[in-house]
Every structure is written in structure tokens, then in C-alpha cells.
Design a binder for this molecule. Sequence first.
Ligand SMILES: Nc1nc2c(ncn2[C@@H]2O[C@H](COP(=O)(O)OP(=O)(O)O)[C@@H](O)[C@H]2O)c(=O)[nH]1
Ligand SMILES: [Mg+2]
Length: 196
Amino acid sequence: MMENQDNDLNRTKNKENTIKVLVLGLDNSGKTSLIMSHKGERNLMNYFSLKPTKNYNIETYKSSLNQTPIAVWDFGGQKIFRETHLANLKTYADSAQKLIYVFDVQDKKRYQVALTYLKKILTRIKEQLNEIEIMIYLHKYDPGIEKDPDFNKEKIQNSLIPNIRELMPKNIKYEIDKTSIFTMFRKSTVFMNQID
Ligand SMILES: Nc1nc2c(ncn2[C@@H]2O[C@H](COP(=O)(O)OP(=O)(O)O)[C@@H](O)[C@H]2O)c(=O)[nH]1
Ligand SMILES: [Mg+2]
């Protein structure tokens, strides 16, 4: 999954050659972590010490794959920022190539809140949706998590995914992916052993 992200982000470019990506989702869903892992952060300690993102944060860096400049807009996601972000979203989405919406699959209690926020986002930028590629991440889908008794795979398969598909406009390109910050260490067995 993480291995594909460079390709995902590099597929489309704008005039200035910078790829603009918006990352939205509820607070604590893992947005900042996903961006750090895409930037190449490999020290797990830096993920555990993350503080909630205030308002929004723009990260610019060069793709490790082909040096293409990338600007990632990381939106805080706390309730106090959501309405303002929605109000300004049309402007933020101007010349964006990609919008990543992050669900925390481990936060079952807030699936509905997260779905409602996604719906509001899609409504806000409906005229721009033809130009923006949408990716939905079912994040914190950690290796081995399906064996966890608290984890409800059926709720994801039979409720969350169908609910996402129902609110997505039928005529736009989008994809839904399972992601986890831990899968990027798959090739580094030492780290995997420490986490599992
Ligand atoms: N189990 C698990 N925890 C994660 C994952 N990604 C992020 N986290 C943790 O979730 C918390 C919130 O992450 P953060 O990136 O700050 O979320 P944000 O508020 O959406 O930016 C942090 O404690 C992260 O270490 C993941 O894939 N699996
Ligand atoms: Mg954050």
C-alpha cells in the first residue's frame, strides 16, 4: 500500500509542476502520520510523539521517486476547524490534483461523524470533482488487526465501505484503500518484530 503512494502522488501534475494534494479526515485519523511516511520518515518514535495539527499545515518536499515537487495540505480535522475548512474548501481545492480522505478504522464510534464530514466535503467541491482524484484511506488497518476481538471487519465490509460508496458521486474516479503506517516497514523485519 505505502509502496504505491509515490506512484499515486506522481500520476498527475499541474502547470507549475508541483503536485497539490489535500489530506482531510477527522482529528487523530492518521493524516500527519501518512504524510510523514510518504516523506520517508522511518523512525517510529517520531510518529508516537505527534501533536494534533492546528488549523492546517502545508508540507512541501520532493518526491523520492522522481524529485517532483509536492505540496501536501494537512488539515487538522478537529471539530473547531472543520466548519472553517469546509467554508474555504473551494479555494483550497483550486488546482489540487488529489484529495485523500482518511478514515480511522479503529475509531468505530466515529464512523458516522467521519462519513458526514466526507459528504460535506464532496458537496462543497462538487463542481471541482472532475479535476480532482479522490482516494479514501481506511487507515490504521494494521497488520494482524483482523484477529483483534475489538476489530469489526464485518462492520467495515458491510457498513462502512457500502456507506462510503453510496455517498460518492457515481461519475467520478476514486479508490478506497486499506492503509497502515506499519506496512511500510514490511521490508524491515527488525522494526516489524518490535511493533508486533
Ligand atoms: N495503530 C495505528 N496508529 C496510527 C496509524 N497511523 C497513525 N497512528 C497513530 O494515530 C495517532 C494520530 O495520528 P496523526 O497522524 O497525528 O493523526 P491526524 O490528527 O489525523 O494528523 C498517533 O498517535 C499516531 O501514532 C496506523 O496506521 N496504525
Ligand atoms: Mg495531524
